[in-house]
Ligand binder design. Structure first.
Ligand code: ZN
Length: 141
């Protein structure tokens, strides 16, 4: 399978980072699989077989954006993106249902999540809208 086309053979068509068309910051790539697990009516979404990225800025309405600068906003998602909410009850870890407040109150939780992540018993790619491990979002202890 090749994505090569006559006009862009020597350009990297899948860079790992891309700027959010709304806030202008660079963000990391997320898989189309992740997008499918969080978007409303995924059957109505057209995957353009390009790279997608996740914007985690709480002040930006965009959650996912494509390499073509098309955007998917908060309102188009069925998942509430905890990291975009400025609220103690927002979800931090989607695999095990940890809120920001409980992560702060109970240091055992981070150890639990770290352990489960190490043994591969987590589902960040599909459950976390960022597609990434939630440990990086835990408050520093
Ligand atoms: Zn953004």
């Amino acid at each position: 399978m090749s994505y090569c086309c006559s006009t862009s053979c020597d350009t990297d068509i899948n860079p790992k980072r891309h700027r959010c068309p709304v806030n202008g910051q660079e963000y990391k790539e997320v898989s189309a699989k992740t997008v499918l697990h969080h978007i409303k009516e995924p059957w109505a979404w057209e995957d353009k077989h390009q790279a997608y990225y996740f914007c985690d800025d709480p002040d930006c309405d965009v959650v996912y954006f494509g390499q073509d600068n098309s955007t998917i906003k908060t309102i188009a998602l069925r998942t509430t993106v905890g990291i975009k909410e400025k609220n103690q009850n927002s979800t931090l870890c989607y695999c095990f249902g940890v809120s920001l407040a409980s992560a702060k109150d109970n240091s055992k939780i981070m150890h639990f999540v770290t352990e489960k992540t190490k043994s591969g018993v987590c589902a960040c790619e599909t459950r976390n809208p960022s597609g990434k491990c939630c440990l990086q979002d835990f408050p520093k202890q």
